[in-house]
Design a protein around this ligand. Structure first.
Ligand SMILES: NC(=O)c1ccc[n+]([C@@H]2O[C@H](COP(=O)([O-])OP(=O)(O)OC[C@H]3O[C@@H](n4cnc5c(N)ncnc54)[C@H](OP(=O)(O)O)[C@@H]3O)[C@@H](O)[C@H]2O)c1
Length: 258
């Protein structure tokens, strides 16, 4: 079975491609650096020839409102069109838990547009909504930093390891399309401010985390359960503390590029 991972050089895509390869699958890790561009269509017909499954784990280079919407709409439309021509039988896309609760953000409006295009297409699909990756926690701190302070709301937060995201996607890629949305999350629930505080402390980052119920997450207001999945979510195995102990030994540039 040929599986094409679009965004195969990214954080999740590279882990997923490696896992599938180790399982003996025929995998193509596609991205602009390998001549496959979902915005222009370049290289898509060749990459998808003979493919049974496509996993879309691309991300927009810009998160500015109009740019990110244009990216996910154009990229998804092109991908679905080329998949229909190639006879692909399963389109899998990675989205975010709580997307419909976070629409004050242009990024999440773009993710919802991506999901809606997939649901409206004729190709059998599985939409996987993940919670925030452990690898993304440092970026959340940076987005909420003013001077030496990081201001965050103490809402519930259930992040997961990128490795577990890739593992879940690999399992879905080997299964039949669900034609529905599946939620995945981490094994433990925390408070957002607490996780960021622990992450910064583990890196000896001197920034102070201030718990502020009115502070914004990603530029928008969130409430107690905006970021956490439903009770039927599939949970990853990696615990935050174990990941932190490992991550503290790895240079930050190797954890999250975005
Ligand atoms: N961050 C989180 O906590 C979180 C949580 C849940 C879901 N997600 C979702 O997970 C997905 C993957 O995230 P990630 O962190 O793994 O992304 P990432 O590391 O930023 O990787 C993005 C990938 O997209 C590729 N790409 C960019 N433009 C492209 C184009 N025009 N055509 C084809 N490929 C293109 C990149 O290729 P190059 O390397 O060649 O540029 C790269 O392989 C995103 O859709 C995101 O919304 C993220």
């Amino acid at each position: 079975m040929k599986i094409v991972v679009i965004g195969g050089t990214g954080l999740i895509g590279s882990k997923l491609a490696q896992k599938l390869h180790e399982q003996g699958q025929e995998v193509v890790a596609a991205s602009p650096s390998s001549g496959v561009n979902t915005l222009t269509g370049e290289g898509l017909a060749d990459a998808l020839k003979g493919a049974s499954v496509v996993v879309d784990v691309t991300n927009s280079p810009s998160w500015e409102d109009a740019a990110v919407l244009k990216f996910f709409e154009t990229s998804t439309r092109n991908l679905l069109d080329y998949e229909a021509s190639a006879g692909v039988g399963h389109h899998i896309a990675l989205s975010v838990v709580g997307t419909e609760r976070l629409l004050a953000s242009g990024f999440f409006r773009a993710k919802l547009a991506q999901e809606n295009l997939i649901k409206a297409s004729s190709i059998p699909y599985s939409i996987i909504r993940a919670t925030q990756f452990f690898e993304f926690v440092g970026k959340i701190a940076d987005l909420s930093t003013e001077g030496n302070k990081v201001r965050l709301p103490p809402v519930l937060f259930q992040p997961m390891a990128a490795d577990d995201v890739a593992g879940a996607l690999g399992g879905i890629a080997m299964s039949s399309p669900v034609n529905d949305t599946v939620e995945i999350g981490g094994p433990e629930q925390f408070r957002l401010d607490e996780v960021i505080r622990r992450d910064l402390a583990s890196r000896k980052d001197p920034r102070e985390v201030i718990s502020d119920p009115h502070a914004r997450y990603y530029g928008i207001e969130v409430s107690e359960r905006s970021l956490v999945p439903n009770n039927d979510a599939r949970l990853g195995e990696t615990r935050f503390e174990d990941w932190l102990n490992h991550a503290a030994k790895v240079p930050k540039t190797h954890q999250q590029r975005a």
